[in-house]
Design a protein around this ligand. Structure first.
Ligand SMILES: Nc1ncnc2c1ncn2[C@@H]1O[C@H](COP(=O)(O)OP(=O)(O)OP(=O)(O)O)[C@@H](O)[C@H]1O
Length: 296
């Protein structure tokens, strides 16, 4: 399927320059400049880093105080620009609000109506398609109030998929899912990233490793890293080691299932080094940012 996900001249679906947003005295975003192209990009960062704020701005739910933004070739500061973006956008917010008296079908159908799918027969076919895509075929007639948290998350994803959007914004989409569902979702996201732009905020480094072409790390409202998952892991090259006991000087130390301790930080002489994971790279980066005065 061909989807016009990007502005044809540049291959870039989202271009942000100097985005800044404050909530009172809190600077949630502090001059963020980024571009997002096709494929799945993962957004990592500690709690309160500014990930949701960035995604909400790109999804046209809020406006920045300063900076420039182009989404799918449109300027969301203008009314027509916002409308054009919203028509081609799928957004799964962190706390999706549900009308819990609706059945799964009714809720997704309601979203499809809001997305201007006017023809009933085609709309219903689309609702069935997205409900099946998230594995809820058997629950179409179940009221949302009777669903588990993970199943509600799947309903929210189905709603985001309605109309086959060119840009998908998923804020912690795998929260509350069991391992089997998480694997299914990864597969679905990877498929969706084929020809579309998918922005995915997550605390799951395994999701990023297995799915994302590109990773962005945000901390204290600023971009600390952009690159591939392998590049992020490589930041901890030579800084991960194992030993029999805890190491108080390491950035992070934890006991593994084998009974040995794994450490990230400056290794002592002669330490047994390990290949770093993306989580090790992330821990190294966030600590470095803190040491270099990452506080607001
Ligand atoms: N509506 C709001 N009013 C006031 N402060 C807010 C509001 N929304 C977010 N913030 C603050 O802005 C900062 C960035 O929050 P944001 O939700 O973007 O972070 P996040 O990276 O998505 O965090 P998490 O991983 O916990 O979801 C935080 O300090 C947060 O407390």
């Amino acid at each position: 399927m061909t989807v016009d996900a990007v502005t044809p001249d540049t291959g870039v679906a989202v271009r942000a320059t100097g985005l800044t947003l404050r909530y009172g005295r809190t600077t949630a975003l502090d001059g963020v400049s980024l571009t997002f192209g096709t494929g799945v990009t993962g957004l990592l960062g500690p709690n309160g880093a500014g990930k949701t704020t960035l995604l909400r701005i790109v999804a046209t739910a809020i406006s920045p105080d300063a900076g420039q933004l182009t989404v799918l070739g449109h300027d969301p500061r203008t009314g027509p620009g916002r409308l054009a973006v919203r028509r081609r956008l799928g957004y799964l917010p962190q706390d999706p609000g549900f009308h819990t008296g609706f059945t799964v079908f009714e809720f997704v159908d309601y979203v499809a109506i809001l997305k201007e799918l006017d023809r009933r027969r085609e709309r219903h076919a689309e609702v069935r398609r997205v409900v099946a895509a998230v594995g809820l075929d058997g629950q179409r007639r179940t009221r949302i109030r009777a669903l588990s948290g993970g199943m509600r998350q799947r309903v929210a994803l189905a709603a985001a998929l309605v109309g086959d959007p060119a840009l998908l914004i998923l804020d912690e989409p795998t929260v509350g899912l069991d391992p089997e569902q998480r694997m299914r979702f990864r597969e679905l996201f990877a498929e969706l990233g084929d020809g579309r732009t998918v922005l995915l905020s997550t605390h799951q480094t395994e999701d990023v490793m297995s799915l994302c072409r590109e990773v962005v790390v945000i901390d204290h409202g600023a971009v600390r890293f952009t690159g591939s998952p392998a590049d992020l892991a490589a930041l901890a090259d030579g800084r991960v080691w194992t030993s029999a006991g805890r190491e108080p000087d390491a950035l992070a130390s934890w006991r593994t299932g084998t009974g040995l301790y794994r450490h990230v930080g400056d290794p002592p002489p002669g330490a047994e080094l390990l290949a770093p994971t993306i989580e090790d790279g992330y821990l190294t980066l966030v600590d470095l940012a803190g040491a270099q005065g990452g506080n607001r």
